[in-house]
Design a protein around this ligand. Structure first.
Ligand code: ATP
Length: 384
């Protein structure tokens, strides 16, 4: 097992495309780190540079304290688990797991011991004689991990391993990978474009945009304190709502009325004329179900509710809203980049299951102002 250190790593492809820009990252021994971001942000390139499948244009990469820039993949002792698991269909589970040991001419006795030990860890013992075709997707995944275990690799690297699976199996595998990683304590770097995987699996998450690291933080920190509009919009589903506001004498003039932020949230307002207020769906509530003591921490305003989605434990209410002209272009770009829902034209509000607001009516909503963020619409920076 080993720590992985990236120092000012850059990747420029042959055609001059700058895919990874000045990435520095310290991954601790045993840590589970997720690289996440929309398609084309450079996450696979970064992973491939760690494995050694891609040259590093500039910067330094250390694994276990040793510089590996010039080392071939096989000399890095890392184990990569791909989407398709790369299992040999004609070999049994035993032989698939044993494969790397056969290559290194390990004695038959030791092969047997190590494969059985890995199979036990992965709960594959009873399937050792089967062929991959007769395994479930989850079991195949574990065989691929078994190979990494017998090699005693310094780290596991995963490139979108679950993207071919259906939603249910993906959920199960997520839990399984998380459990195994904790049990084995192996340094793991995991690439995904799925923010749910990023939030549920990692100790820390690295959010990438156009080759540049935006934020490195625990899932909770990313959710609660996103550094900019991009991270705020990417993490969370349904996404954060963005409401434009002009600042007049420290008060916010919004399409939903005049609001005064509590001191803790208002630090970014002085000197600003226009800001974007970010509020997650759960910062809102049906005003009629909010108690008086809680109500004073927020504002109550009228909103047209055109659609309600009932989910049993909560409901999503959709509020049509037209972002003003000057920020529409920026939100449109964010929507496109994040492949996200319509941020320019609606708010998505989460309501308590007990709320009885009918669709197609104007209702009184409450927004918890202690939970809002203030963004600079031009730079996207979170000013809160
Ligand atoms: P995805 O989720 O779609 O796989 P990604 O974040 O993993 O995306 P990369 O595969 O790392 O993205 O690619 C990052 C950028 O580098 C993309 O714009 C891609 O087109 C570009 N790129 C990748 N490989 C090459 C190459 N060999 N030559 C030139 N550009 C490349």
């Amino acid at each position: 097992m080993a720590a992985i250190t990236l120092k000012d790593i850059n990747k420029q492809y042959g055609d001059g495309f700058h895919a990874v820009k000045d990435v520095s990252l310290d991954i601790a021994d045993g840590e589970f780190v997720i690289l996440v971001g929309p398609s084309g942000c450079g996450k696979s390139t970064l992973l491939r540079m760690i494995v050694g499948l891609e040259d590093i244009t500039s910067g330094e990469m250390l694994i276990g304290g040793q510089r590996v820039n010039e080392k071939a993949p096989r000399d890095r002792n890392l184990s990569m688990v791909f989407q398709n698991y790369a299992l040999y269909p004609h070999l049994t589970v035993f032989e698939n797991i044993a494969f790397p040991l056969r290559l290194s001419k390990t004695s038959a006795k030791e092969v047997d011991e190590r494969v059985r030990h890995a199979a036990e860890l992965l709960e594959l013992t009873e399937h050792l004689d089967r062929k991959p075709a007769n395994l479930s997707g989850g079991q195949r995944q574990r065989v691929a991990m078994g190979r990494a275990i017998v090699r005693e690799a310094q780290a596991f690297l995963f490139d979108e391993p679950l993207s071919n699976l259906d939603a249910k199996l993906r959920g199960q595998m997520r839990t399984e990978i998380s459990r195994l990683q904790k049990r084995l304590g192996i340094t793991t770097v995991y690439v995904t474009h799925d923010q749910v995987e990023a939030m549920t699996l990692g100790d820390r998450v690295v959010v990438l945009r156009r080759g540049v690291v935006q934020q490195v933080a625990t899932p909770r920190e990313l959710y609660e304190n996103p550094v900019n509009l991009f991270v705020a919009g990417f993490i969370g589903s349904p996404p954060m709502n963005f409401i434009s506001a002009t600042v007049v004498d420290g008060r916010l003039h919004t399409p939903f009325g005049e609001w005064t932020l509590p001191e803790s949230r208002a630090t970014g307002l002085p000197g600003r004329e226009v800001v974007l207020i970010g509020a997650r769906p759960e910062a809102f509530e049906d005003a009629s179900v909010v108690s008086d003591t809680i109500r004073e921490h927020g504002v109550v305003f009228d909103a047209n509710i055109d659609v309600i989605e009932w989910l049993g434990n909560e409901q999503y209410a959709y509020v049509p809203y037209e972002a003003p002209e000057d920020i529409r272009a920026q939100l449109a770009e964010l929507e496109r980049e994040l492949d996200s829902e319509a941020m320019r034209t609606q708010l998505v509000v989460s309501l308590d299951a007990t709320s009885r607001i009918p669709e197609g009516t104007t209702a009184s909503l409450w927004l918890d102002l202690r939970k809002v963020h203030v963004f600079d619409p031009a730079s996207g920076e979170n000013l809160t």
